[in-house]
Design a protein around this ligand. Structure first.
Ligand code: HEC
Length: 162
């Protein structure tokens, strides 16, 4: 009798756990809602190193961007904008920043054939590396910019799930 009760309890637990994992997967792996927790300290630290290695040469060691970044270069291309809050990085949802970093300035977030000095990093950085860099960039914004961006992110998610 006791053995049966234990078996039933074990089955109930397994089913419950399965449901929980399934629910978790729906919440966290649903298309387009794959932005991980960017507050984690390890992410920010790893992102700082990856930023220094892969982004700082163009976007600046202090995220300040290239000089006169609003003016086109003689080549007709744009210089690298700042990633601190004097730029427009924080005006874009993370899904957009992620895609631009991974693929470069190609559709759907840039016009077909757009000429840019921004390389795509798909061959050099894993998805996780890219999220780390974005976590670091975000960590450098003021509380005010971060909460404005949180709100933008919330609206973006609401629109997508409509
Ligand atoms: C070789 C120089 C170079 C390197 C290295 C570089 N970028 Fe860029 N990046 C640019 C340029 C130039 C632009 C502006 C392109 C344009 O608008 O045509 C840009 C634009 C961007 C944008 C779009 C910003 C916006 O607000 O529209 C993002 C995001 C970005 N870079 C992220 C990164 C990240 C993250 C790294 C490092 C992993 C990186 N970049 C490394 C040159 C570079």
């Amino acid at each position: 009798m006791a053995a049966r009760a234990i078996t039933i309890a074990a089955i109930a637990l397994a089913v419950g756990l399965g449901a929980l994992i399934w629910w978790d997967a729906q919440v966290h792996v649903a298309p387009g809602s794959a932005v991980p927790d960017l507050n984690a300290g390890e992410r920010v630290a790893a992102g700082r190193a990856a930023y220094a290695e892969h982004c700082a040469a163009c976007h600046g060691a202090q995220l300040e961007g290239q000089q006169n970044w609003r003016d086109r270069l003689p080549s007709g291309r744009l210089p690298a904008p700042p990633h601190d809050e004097t730029g427009h990085t924080w005006h874009h949802p993370f899904e957009v920043l992620f895609a631009l970093t991974k693929n470069g300035l190609v559709p759907p977030y840039a016009p077909q054939g757009y000429q840019s000095d921004m390389p795509g990093f798909a061959d050099r950085l894993s998805d996780d590396d890219i999220w780390n860099v974005l976590a670091y960039i975000r960590s450098r914004w003021s509380d005010r910019a971060r909460s404005a961006h949180n709100e933008l992110q919330r609206q973006h998610a609401a629109q997508r799930n409509r």
